[in-house]
Design a protein around this ligand. Structure first.
Ligand code: AMP
Length: 308
């Protein structure tokens, strides 16, 4: 199966209690695509960068099976730039800069092959652009997922709600779920959000794992407790990429397979946070991915005789 990935391809400057990096490779779509590439390799990326984006980074994506026909490179343009600083608990952060640059004039044109991808991951991006991508799909999709963040809720809530109504799966973090629904309880928030349109909702809770809601059912995937978390940037996107890559690879959309996809995403995210930028994700191999999934199986495994 093929996967269409959309979102930012960007530069980030990041500060965590472990250090500071300037203008490193980031972007929601970059993390999604790298992560998905460990499960399948028919990936079509649609995004925009400036001429300043390193060519070898694009070549590395292509080597992972990511088709870049849908990547617009703007002559003389500057790529999207985001800067953030994490608090000591690493679970919350302040955005210091969001420079849209070439993203401000992005008008995505989907290559023919991208229009018929069975699986679609609309990564974090201007909601009206996410909608423009949906308008160009050929209608044959099996699963369309969307990720977003508080930034867009603050400045484009109506457009965001309109695009959420058109997707099958929404992934957001706990604070964003509260903002979107106006409810503090995540269970009640989930009910309100599912009534907005998506069949599946995944609420990410950082180091506290992720919750999935579907037709009155719930599933919880923990995050793997790690001795050191260097940089949580991109963990949500890496999670989404792993989840969608696994779903596209297995081509089965059921609550049971979604559970496995949540673990696949959690395993990839647990690697992402071990280093800055995409450094750790780029050095993985399939055996390491499998080892990490095994670690999750062990973490979640217990026997409890109920005949006491
Ligand atoms: P995450 O930590 O999963 O929220 O993703 C962080 C990545 O999202 C960074 O690499 C940024 O380049 C990118 N990003 C930050 N803010 C935005 C935004 N408003 N829209 C799209 N992408 C963003």
């Amino acid at each position: 199966m093929s996967l269409l990935t959309i979102g930012t391809v960007a530069f980030d400057s990041i500060e965590t209690p472990y250090g500071k990096v300037e203008k490193v490779i980031g972007g929601a779509c970059t993390y999604i695509s790298w992560s998905a590439s460990y499960f399948m390799n028919d990936i079509h990326l649609v995004s925009i960068v400036g001429e300043d984006f390193p060519k070898d980074e694009l070549a590395a994506l292509e080597q992972r099976g990511v088709n870049l026909d849908g990547l617009e490179i703007v002559k003389g343009g500057k790529s999207f730039f985001w800067a953030g600083k994490y608090h000591n608990n690493m679970n919350s952060r302040d955005t210091l800069a969001t420079d849209l640059n070439v993203l401000a004039d992005f008008n995505p044109i989907l290559p023919e092959k991208a229009k018929s991808c069975e699986y679609v991951m609309l990564g974090n991006l201007t909601p009206s652009i996410q909608a423009q991508v949906l308008d160009q799909l050929d209608g044959s999709q099996k699963l369309i997922a969307l990720d977003t963040m508080n930034f867009w809720m603050d400045i484009a809530m109506d457009e965001l709600k309109a695009v959420i109504a058109r997707v099958d799966l929404l992934t957001i973090n706990d604070e964003e779920a509260r903002q979107l629904s106006g409810e503090h309880s995540l269970v009640q928030a989930a009910e309100i959000i599912l009534a907005m349109g998506p069949k599946y909702l995944v609420i990410k809770k950082g180091e506290h794992g992720a919750l999935m809601f579907f037709e009155g059912k719930m599933f919880f995937a923990p995050a793997l407790p790690l001795a050191e978390v260097f940089d949580p940037t991109g963990a949500g996107d890496t999670f989404a990429g792993g989840m969608m890559g696994y779903l596209a690879m297995t081509d089965e959309i059921s609550f049971e397979n979604m559970k496995r996809a949540l673990i696949a995403g959690s395993a990839m995210a647990s690697y992402c946070v071990e280093d800055f930028s995409l450094n750790r994700l780029k050095t993985l191999d399939k055996a390491q991915v499998i080892t990490r999934i095994e670690a999750f199986k062990k973490l979640m495994d217990f026997d409890f005789p109920l005949d006491f």
